[in-house]
Design a protein around this ligand. Sequence first.
Ligand SMILES: NC(=O)c1ccc[n+]([C@@H]2O[C@H](COP(=O)([O-])OP(=O)(O)OC[C@H]3O[C@@H](n4cnc5c(N)ncnc54)[C@H](O)[C@@H]3O)[C@@H](O)[C@H]2O)c1
Length: 248
Amino acid sequence: MRLKGEIALVTGGASGFGEGIARKFVEEGARVVLMDRDGPKLRAVAESLGEAAAPLEADVTQARGFLEAVALAQARFGGLSILVNNAGIGHAPRPMESLEEAEFDRIMAVNVRAVYLSARAAVPVFKAQGSGAILNIASTGGVSPRPNLTWYNASKGWMISATQAMAVELAPFGVRVNALNPVAGETPLLKTFMGEDTPEIRAKFLASIPIGRFSTPQDMGAAAAFLCSQEASMITGVALNVDGGRCI
Ligand SMILES: NC(=O)c1ccc[n+]([C@@H]2O[C@H](COP(=O)([O-])OP(=O)(O)OC[C@H]3O[C@@H](n4cnc5c(N)ncnc54)[C@H](O)[C@@H]3O)[C@@H](O)[C@H]2O)c1
């Protein structure tokens, strides 16, 4: 029960890593607002978590969704102490010059703009209470990029810089800001990065991960629970690789 009494907002909580983080948070005693644009999956995950979870169907690229999410956390659970910016999208591997403008803009809106919008909604609450923890789900691609995912990788590099800049600015207010860098993980998004889900392509990805397996929602839940708990009260501004050694 390392998160007993904590109230978290987890974006992209209807699937993959966000679902894993929300499940672990609830196991550790937190209550969670799950914000996602996928209504049916969102409601199914929230129902399976029971009273400790409140779903909000909303788009992270719009300020209104975050204002509603913070208000929901306050009305339903009495406050907000943790923000997890997890919702993210990728693109199929392709040469940098061939990504359409609309797809580039969408990636920047979900992976970059949403971090700014969530800060606008949550930071005033955290500053007023003199405490809070923010966790940004970045990627190993943000520190050790590979070819053909350039704009996705760059969006995650931005997220890591934002994590450090936010951490240094918010430290005097009692607010910690950290990031996780997952390696390729067993979630619905994996197929996007692989281009095609074949045994050969899986083997190629696995060959770059010394521990020899993909990351999982449970791995992210465990790392997120630690970084957002009081056990990590001296840790801020880190981007923790959860990558089975891929970035060595
Ligand atoms: N799976 C991987 O291999 C991998 C590796 C490194 C980093 N990541 C990062 O981890 C995070 C979670 O990814 P995942 O693999 O769990 O993906 P996923 O596709 O399983 O889940 C992402 C969730 O975000 C939601 N979402 C997307 N756009 C949204 C929007 N505009 N508004 C609200 N919700 C939105 C989706 O509906 C979905 O439920 C992402 O930021 C991703 O970039 C994933």
